[in-house]
Ligand binder design. Sequence first.
Ligand code: AP5
Length: 233
Amino acid sequence: MAEVTSRCVGPIILMGPPGAGKGTQAKLIAERYGIPQISTGDLLREHVCKGTSLGLQAKEIMARGQLVPDELLYGMVAERLREADCDPGFILDGFPRTPGQAGWLDEFLKHELFDKSNPGKCLPIVVQIDVDYNDLLSRLTGRRSCPACGTIYNVHLQPPRVDELCDLDGSKLVTRNDDREEVIRERLQTYEKLTRPVIDYYGRQGRVALVNGALPVDQVSEQIFHEIERHGC
Ligand code: AP5
């Protein structure tokens, strides 16, 4: 069982292209600091599975590898961030992804989450996970995940002990609908066009910590933990 560090760490925003390891690292940060991972991709996939109105609107857009319009996300994200488990901090995995979303998040945090007498106290730390384009392709085409517990594997790089079965609960692993080569290319282009400016936005505020995501998972985590500890709250 991994060590849990129990203290307020504030919001952590994980940025990086599709396949950079945001989901993998978010789970490890969540385990270490006892704070929730909030993945807008996972939340949207849940809506798609349940066939909600949001899910119906998002389904085709996600299958094409494009971004769901900003206004469709705000209610979903706000509702999740207002849950009590987010009070000591949370990890945003896949949000914000456009300058509009980043501006919305700043306003949300200012008005709803920060201690109003000291609004700078818990500014988010933005961790940018950097990985080469070719590595991203092999990570995404090889990704499998457990539909029951969410554990992420990779058939080339981090295979399960038994082919196609989750190490933790034995469920049959699944491939994401958008991990097809033509869709992956679209997702990577969308990232460069719409999400890269968000990193620039945070960069101008001096908030971005760059980590080398090409290293093994545990070494990437070490860099992230170091940045979180350095940032404090
Ligand atoms: P989302 O689910 O957020 O997908 P993504 O950003 O494309 O990122 P991924 O989940 O593909 O990659 P990851 O960085 O989490 O990598 P992972 O840890 O899995 O979004 C999906 C869609 O939802 C979007 O396209 C959009 O349509 C919609 N959406 C979501 N949020 C939105 C928003 N805010 N606005 C609008 N639309 C939104 O790792 C990948 C693989 O690499 C795995 O196999 C893993 O085992 C392996 N791996 C990880 N780390 C390492 C390592 N260090 N070494 C070797 N292998 C590694």
